[in-house]
Every structure is written in structure tokens, then in C-alpha cells.
Design a protein around this ligand. Sequence first.
Ligand code: BES
Ligand code: MN
Ligand code: MN
Length: 452
Amino acid sequence: MHESDLTPHLPRFLQELTEFLAIPSISADPAFKGDVRRAADWLVKHFKDLGASDITLHETPGHPIVTARVGNDPSKPTVLVYGHYDVQPPDPIELWQTPPFTATVRDGKLYARGACDDKGQVFIHLKALEMLRKGGDLPCNLKFLIEGEEECGSTHLEEFVLKNKELLKCDAVVVSDTSMIATDIPSLTVGLRGLCYIEVTLTGPNRDLHSGQYGGAVENPVRALARMITQLHDEQGRITIPGFYDTVRVYDAATRKAMNAIPYDEESYKKELDLKALKGEEGYTTIERVGIRPCLDVNGIWGGYTGEGAKTVLPSKAHAKISMRLVPDQDYKIATKQLMDHLQSLTPPTMRIEMRDLHGGPWGLTPMQGRAFHAAQQAFEHVWNKAPVPVFDGGSIPIVSVMGKALGVDVVLLGFGLHSDAIHSPNEHFTVSHIPKGIATVLEFYKQFAAA
Ligand code: BES
Ligand code: MN
Ligand code: MN
């Protein structure tokens, strides 16, 4: 199917997607538990309308998992499509030009939380399915696994996958939850980083103190925490945690050269972010820093008085949320422990430290050969008129490696977002033309995969 054949359907597609995007399925915030479920229910209804079979909403101790199936012809290969219907919180809400849950089209882009990550991309698969149902002929049997906890660590999905190998049995997994380099530079993500995420609370005095009565005599936990955080990197931008780099894979010069050959312009990268300069681990390019090197970030830091005006206070507590992106062959459980041990050792005797492991997940590498990858390459070339470039992306989708291992099949990352889509940020959007193009790519992938 050519993308132009989809044009007549586009207004309806946008209307349906707008409905899906209107549900604030924010998985991280318990206040939205009901909305997360409503998004799962929306999917169930949509699969019903599409005539899918075995549509099931699986309860978990967290948010539900939706599975469905279409076709059951033993002579055809089976593709499992994975995606997520949960979204990130929209804040800071005041920075949105239009409300995050009222999808709005401006300049060929659809603005809403989840437009790209990942409802828009899940929707592409629903509409590819719709087109297949209308065409009457399925090249592959299809299975769908759409979860509601990706944005908070896929907490219950690993167990679900391990317990439901038969239900999920397939010949390849397709995930549309990544981005491509540019509309005119299609790419296929072949590497994702792992993740670990902790919350730290540092306690000094047992109550907030008058900073005049006590300042200078009692150590301030905000200052102590800031000092500890500063010590996590050295002057070369390397992480100082003992043993942290022991298992980091070293790539040979040829691989690094190939990795750096992808189209990338540092000047426009900086310009898009309004940055005068970039900073990272010495000895590595930006592409390498994001793709094959680990990093440590402070996602948030708070403590003391942050309201209007001045309040003189020496706070009792300081907090930070710290995460690390991990690369082959690091183990996220070991890295989490190393980080916690190191923070413990940096804690001054004036402070008590408490740490909570929020979540973690493994890195993933997808094979650059084999039937699924070739079908994906051909599908991109067919629809976007250019062979896709393989890229190592810095983000994380922990379940990718779990599914690959548990189901014993190749995973392909058929992503249709753009880096500039502002996922997790205010004004997240998705390029409207990527909807018909994405549908055409998915359909071509099924065709090529079945023919291979
Ligand atoms: N879709 C993203 C991951 C992504 C985005 C990979 C762009 C590659 C390119 C996913 O929804 C996401 O945000 N994952 C989280 C990890 C999760 C455990 C919270 C992330 O990477 O922060
Ligand atoms: Mn996502
Ligand atoms: Mn995300």
C-alpha cells in the first residue's frame, strides 16, 4: 500500500488518535490510575472494532496489559507488536502552547503528550491492522502486547512475558517506540541503553532550623548533597564510582568509525538546544557519548524553601533523583548497588542517607542481520526512498532485551519519531505525515518478512 492511498483516511485517523491522546494515562502518578485503565479500555474497544481475537485485559498489581491476536495460519510467520499506552507526566504544564491532552495540529505536527511516545506509534500499528483487515489478506499472523507501565519501568511486564511465553510465541518482535534521524534520513535503532534510577534523601538536623541561630555551626544537607553529587564525576567527565567501567564494552576503531559516519551536524544539534557548547566524557564524540558510553544524571534536586520570597531556613532534609544510563555489558543491578555504596561512602558524618531503588532495566542490542532486520531495512527503503542508517540510541526500553531472550527471537525497532519531537518535554509532538508513512512501512515490513 502506498502512503497516498491512506490520505483519504487521515482526518478520521487524527480524530481517533485525538481521542486516545485525550486520556491522561500517566502511569507514574497514582492519581491517574483510573485514566491509565481508561486508555487500556480504549485499546480493548479498538481491537474489538478491528475484529481482533483473544482480546484480553490482563490485570497486574500495577497497570493492565492488553493483548490481542489476528490470524492463526500455521503456514504464515507470526509477528508480535509491542508498544505502550502510558505517558509521562505533562509538567511543567505552563510551558505547553496548547493543553497536553487536547491534541492540536500546527505546521504539520500533532501536539499532545504521548503523540510520539508512544500512543501515536501504537496507533500506526492499529491502523496498519485496519488496512490489512480491509485488504482481506494477512501476510503474517499478528499478536499485540501493549503495556501501561513503560514510563515507570515496566515493573510487571517482565514477569508477564516470562509466564506467557506460549501466548506471546512469535517469529519476530516489532517495537515502534524510537526515533529516526530525520524525515529525509530514515534510521533503524540497533542499540538502547540500560537504566537504573534511585532516590536519595539526606538528613541533617532533626528539624528545619533558623539559619541565623544555627547557620555556620550545623551542616546544611542541601550543600552536603550538592557536594556529593559533584563528586560523582571527575574533570574528564568520567563517573567516579569504583568499578563502574569494569564491564563497559570497548569498541574497536573500525566500529567507532562506522558509528560516527551517520549523518550528524554538531552545529545544528547545539543550535536546536540553544547551547553554546557541549560537554561530556573526554575522548568520545557526541554520538558515542549517547550511544555506547554510560552516563549519570541528576533528574531533580530539592530541599528547603523554594516558595515565593525569602525564608531564612537551614533545612533538615535534601533530596535528589539520580539515574544512570548503562551500556553493554553492564548489569543494572550491580550498577545500582555500586552507585548506592559510593553515595554511602561520600556521606559526611554530619548526615544520614536513605536511598530507594526506583527501577532499573537492561540495555538492548538488536541484530543487524537476519530476516526481521532485513525486512525492516527493505520496508524503510521502499517507503522513505532511502536505506535506513543503523543507530545506537541513548534511550531505554527495558523489555526489548527481556522479550528477545525469553521468546528467543529477533526484535526490530521500527521507530517513526524524530529527536526533535520533544518526548517527555512540554509540546511533545509527532509529524502528521509520519502516520501514513509509518503505516505503509509497517505493512511493507509484514509483506517482506512473510516473503523472506
Ligand atoms: N520511547 C522511550 C525510549 C526511547 C526514546 C528510546 C527515544 C530511544 C529513543 C521510552 O518510552 C522511554 O522513555 N523510556 C524510558 C525508560 C523507562 C524505564 C522509564 C527512558 O528512556 O527514560
Ligand atoms: Mn516510549
Ligand atoms: Mn518515554
